[in-house]
Design a protein around this ligand. Structure first.
Ligand code: SF4
Length: 237
C-alpha cells in the first residue's frame, strides 16, 4: 500500500487506532520521536498504553531547559520506561563552540542551521538507522511549515515511513487528552511556551500569539524549522 492508500484507509481512524496498527506492523522497527513537548507526551501515553515496550527516543541537544529534563524524568517514573537518548557528536560540538562561539545561532541563518544539524539532525540519523517508520506529534495548525502534513507520509530524507497520528488535532484536543489522562507535561507550557525547543532559541509568546513564533523568533516564519521534519512528499511507501 502506498501512502495515499494508507491515508485513505486511516482517514476516519483515531490516533490510537493508527498507532496500534503501525506499532504492531513494525514492532522493533518503529520509534516515536519525543521532544518532550505536549503532543509528544500525548503520543507517549497512547503508545505505552498500547505497547509498554514501545520505542521512544529523545535527542539531548545539550541546550534544553531544565523543565524539559524534569518532564523526561517524571515520564520515566510514571510509565516505568526508558528513553533511547541520542547526543550530538562531541568533537563536532567542541569544534563549533571553539570556532563560532556558544551563541553562533543568533549570527546568521547558516550558523543556526549548522548548530541544528550538529545537535539535532545528525543524532536523528542515528536514531532512525535501521527503522522502517517513525512517529511524530506534528500538527497542521502548528504553523505554515506544517499546514500540509498528512497522517502518513513517505520521509524522503530518511527513506522510511513517517506517521503523524494527531496531524488533524487542535491544541484544545491535545490539552483535553493531557488533562483527562493526567499525562505529565512541561511546566513551561503553562508559562507562555506553546512550543519548546532549545533554551537559547525558544521564548514565551504573547497570549493568542502564533504557536511557533517563540521559536527562532529572530527569523522569518518560513525558516522556523530545525530540519528534523524537512521531508519531501512523493506518496511512495
Ligand atoms: S534550536 Fe538553537 S541551540 Fe538548539 S540545535 Fe538549533 S540552533 Fe542549536
Amino acid at each position: 500500500m502506498n501512502t495515499d492508500q494508507l491515508n485513505k484507509r486511516f482517514s476516519k481512524s483515531t490516533a490510537e487506532e493508527i498507532l496500534e496498527y503501525f506499532l504492531k506492523k513494525f514492532s522493533e522497527k518503529i520509534v516515536l520521536a519525543s521532544s518532550l513537548g505536549l503532543e509528544d507526551q500525548v503520543l507517549t501515553d497512547m503508545a505505552l498504553n498500547i505497547d509498554p515496550s514501545a520505542k521512544i527516543f529523545f535527542i539531548d541537544t545539550g541546550r534544553h531547559y531544565q523543565e524539559t529534563y524534569d518532564v523526561a524524568s517524571e515520564t520515566m517514573k510514571r510509565y516505568s520506561m526508558q528513553y533511547e537518548v541520542y547526543f550530538p557528536d562531541t568533537e563536532e560540538v567542541e569544534k563549533m563552540m571553539k570556532t563560532a562561539g556558544p551563541n553562533s545561532f543568533y549570527e546568521s541563518l547558516e550558523l543556526r542551521k549548522k548548530c541544528c544539524e550538529i545537535r539535532k539532525i545528525k543524532p536523528l540519523l542515528r536514531a532512525l538507522k535501521n527503522r522502517k517508520a517513525w512517529i511524530t506529534g506534528l500538527r497542521r495548525d502548528q504553523g505554515i511549515t506544517r499546514a500540509n502534513i498528512e497522517k502518513i507520509e513517505w520521509d524522503n530524507a530518511h527513506n522510511i515511513i513517517k506517521i503523524n497520528p494527531i496531524a488533524q488535532w487542535t491544541i484544545d484536543m491535545v490539552w483535553d487528552y493531557i488533562k483527562k489522562r493526567d499525562v505529565p507535561y512541561n511546566r513551561l507550557h503553562k508559562n507562555g511556551f506553546p512550543s519548546i525547543g532549545c533554551l537559547p532559541c525558544t521564548r514565551a509568546v504573547a497570549n493568542g500569539g502564533d504557536i511557533r513564533s517563540g521559536r527562532w523568533w529572530w527569523e522569518s516564519p518560513e525558516h522556523k524549522e530545525c530540519g528534523l521534519h524537512s521531508n519531501k512528499h512523493n506518496g511512495r511507501e
